[in-house]
Design a protein around this ligand. Sequence first.
Ligand code: AMP
Ligand code: GLY
Length: 427
Amino acid sequence: MRILIIGSGGREHALAWKLRQSPDVTELFVAPGNGGTAGIATNVAVKDSDVPALVAFAKEHGVDLVVPGPELPLTLGVADAMKEAGIPCFGPVAACARLEGSKAFAKEVMQAAGVPTAAAGVFTNRADADAFVAAHGAPLVVKADGLAAGKGVVVAMTDEEVKAALDLMFDDHAFGDASSTVLIEEFLKGEEVSLLCFCDGKTALPLPSAQDHKAVFDGDKGPNTGGMGAYSPAPVLPDEKLDAMADIVARPILAEMARRGTPFTGILYAGLMMTESGPKVLEYNVRFGDPECQPLLMRLKNNLVDVIKACLEGRLDEVKLDIEPRSALGVVLTAAGYPGSYPKGMPISGIESAEELDDVQVFQAGTRREGDRVLSNGGRVLCVTALGKDLKDAQKRAYEGLDRLSMEHSQFRSDIGLKGLKRLGLA
Ligand code: AMP
Ligand code: GLY
């Protein structure tokens, strides 16, 4: 089987690492890939957003399965285009990818499906938005409707902050078309957790819970990033509650999308806030999360190709996920300055030494190879991920792996997993 993975992050390195273990896989391409995927697959110089070029490559190289990592190609219709070309693609069609590509659409679907979520107003002009703010008052959460590289959400604790966010989105057009529609949401309090489900259009099969760390600094301080670390399971959503949670936040969405004539196939990721009055959905992603994918795939023992095939053939009800009972935790190493401006091209050493530790994997993201060297090539550089007998052990082992690495001008959070340990009474 010849597989094409689309993307260039740590998630895509983890997907390549996992798919490599499948006996079915004869050839693995990653477009465009990174320094990590270069070691285990063939990197292909095609951008993740160039759908026609991706289809042409897949046709030309006899690709049997396409696995898109990021949301952008999905919202641009890569699954539709592959389908048209007769090439199986593990991801939702564009009509479903709108669940991530438009927060107003996601809100409308959630309301139609009866999924609990924050109350919200949807605005296309400033005057109506101002009137809503005058009526409700801060704290409020202001969200650009479209994709904004994780930067389109402002949690505004004062009316001034709400106004500044609206200035940014409506008047400065900071996110271009993505903020020509803006949502203003009720502020929710609680602990965040992610629930990812394999979906075949009818059946949603939950993976264990995971928790991301979005803020750049320890203690959830500083600006939001693409994710500074993640672990699984998250004690705030234990295994015995996964199925009931999928009934609340995933299965109604699958039923609603099927009812609309556009069944959802792929990974449905629900970002949840566990509030005092129950779980509420903050957002949907239509793909694996990065970095949640890294610890989750280290725990998944099934042959991933089998699970994906079952999704594509509508047979997911026959599948049982076989999950490693140990915990997994990943710590992201970034370039100093990220998510603002940061330097590139720093040599990274110690990757092999870290991977000599049992059950430690270094999933590379913003890296590239130059001869024998691995150089940084982005903000999020890599994610050191470890299995451990429990959360504390996984944390200890991931940081042991990280200790073996060195890169100038780097930074990382030293408290990945702390919320889970606190909940378990261990910190
Ligand atoms: P989103 O992209 O919608 O997940 O938002 C990014 C982050 O903003 C989330 O991970 C939360 O930390 C925060 N957030 C989003 N919506 C809300 C809300 N209604 N109440 C409180 N925090 C929120
Ligand atoms: N980790 C959050 C995301 O992938 O969007």
